[in-house]
Ligand binder design. Structure first.
Ligand SMILES: [Fe+2]
Length: 439
């Protein structure tokens, strides 16, 4: 962090000395104002990344030949990106400086790319297109790398994860800001600065679409989480079972070096793996004794119900195979299809291990947790039979690295309701005496 501040400050001093003999203040103020306006409307993405549409006007300032360069681009990047949270001192001073100088470095790198392109291809007909691409790429790589790396350090999240949950899906929108910036510079140069101000409209529109994306994503995850808690409540599990299964499964998937997109799907499938229990009658689901063969058959249908529930939703459809096969045993003795080995989707092989580990290490209303060591012994004993040995090994490595407490942290609020199964058990033990008024 300090390195970025020092290098950024060094670059700024270097480009400012000697100070340029003349400066077109109208253009400088124009780009600074548009950048400040864009910075005043940040969008908070998941993964701790804050983004705005300042890219367009910084790129415009870089392309503006009426400004002394790279002085103009670097100072627009420094002053223009000042946000309200910086002015309100909501960030520590080094956070404010890091953000400012990461923009200065991005603008400086973009200017270097522009100069290199001009030297290389000069006045060829494709010069503008190549310049836009090289400026966009350089600005984007430096800027996003600095933003993602600091968010990764701050939230203790791997960089690939931060990228996947925040930047990955808004990247096309960010890329579109680069040619828009070039166009703004051309319009300011040939038509006038008043015309460049009209570009505020598409910038605000782009910002609106980023906001909608962030809202939709949070709505989706909030809904899935609410649904998974509803299943926990009905199932009689302690609250947070599905949440823990999801986090354990995600951590195993990451340990196995799967892509962030697949990890996210496995985490979602972990949250919803037992959603099919909604279709199983309560008398079977909550029976305190051993199930008879017919009841076992009914219970074993829950992965099929789960798959059928998720299937109609385009967003949840990728989870269907994981949910359908989360009770398949590695040796082919599981259900519903009796798949074996590699023919079971990897996500399902991970969820069955996470589910078993979670069930053994947390208290249930009908029994106490057996503890981490015995749980690992059990997983080890059944590897190759119920569990994929590779998945069990990944969990062992994960726990060796992070400790058995790795999955204890949850941001879910504490349990403050009685699950249906707990209520039934209490009523059976301690029947309610109806009072006369209740009728
Ligand atoms: Fe299940």
């Amino acid at each position: 962090m300090i390195g970025v501040i020092v290098v950024g400050a060094g670059v700024l001093v270097r480009v400012s000395s000697p100070a340029p003999a003349s400066l077109d203040w109208s253009h400088f103020i124009l780009w600074t104002l548009i950048t400040l306006t864009a910075a005043a409307f940040p969008v908070r993405l998941e993964g701790g990344v804050i983004m705005h549409t300042t890219t367009a006007s910084i790129v415009a300032a870089t392309f503006d030949s009426s400004l002394p360069q790279p002085f103009g681009a670097c100072w627009v990047a420094l002053i223009g990106t000042l946000e309200l949270r910086d002015i309100r001192r909501e960030l520590p001073w080094y956070g404010t400086l890091y953000n400012r100088f990461s923009y200065v470095l991005s603008a400086f790198a973009a200017w270097l790319a522009l100069e290199a392109t001009r030297d290389a291809i000069g006045g060829s007909p494709f010069a503008s297109a190549v310049a836009i691409i090289s400026v966009g790429l350089t600005f984007g790589v430096v800027n996003l790398l600095l933003a993602v790396s600091v968010a990764s350090i701050r939230t203790h999240t791997p960089m690939a994860r931060v990228w996947a949950v925040s930047i990955g899906n808004v990247l096309p929108g960010l890329i579109a800001l680069v040619p828009l910036g070039w166009l703004m510079a051309q319009v300011a140069d040939r038509v006038g600065i008043w015309a460049a101000l009209l570009f505020m409209a598409p910038l605000l529109l782009a910002r609106y679409s980023f906001t909608k994306y962030a809202e939709t994503r949070s709505l989706f995850f909030g809904t899935v989480s609410a649904l998974s808690q509803a299943i926990d409540a009905k199932d009689g599990f302690t609250r947070g079972h599905a949440d823990r299964v999801s986090r354990i499964a995600g951590a195993i998937a990451r340990q196995m070096s799967l892509s962030e997109r697949v990890i996210e799907q496995i985490e979602l499938a972990g949250l919803l793996h037992d959603i099919g229990k909604i279709g199983v009658e309560d008398r079977v689901l909550m029976k305190p004794m051993r199930l008879d063969p017919d009841e076992t058959e009914l219970m074993r249908r829950h992965p099929i119900y789960g798959a059928a529930i998720l299937e109609p939703s385009a967003a949840l459809r990728p989870l269907v195979p994981y949910v359908l096969h989360h009770h398949e045993n590695f040796n082919g003795t599981g259900y519903p299809e009796g798949l074996a080995g590699e023919s079971i989707p990897l996500g399902s092989r991970i969820i069955i291990v996470a589910d078993a580990y979670e069930a053994m290490t947390s208290d249930r209303i009908y029994r106490k947790a057996i503890g981490h060591d015995r749980a690992m012994d059990e997983l080890s004993r059944y590897k190759g039979m119920q569990f994929d040995p590779r998945v069990v090994r990944a969990l062992e490595q994960l726990i060796a690295k992070q400790g058995a407490q790795a999955f204890e942290v949850s941001d879910l609020p504490p349990i403050n309701y009685e699950t249906l199964a707990e209520l039934r058990k209490r009523l059976a033990r301690d029947p309610v005496t109806r009072d006369a008024h209740a009728g």
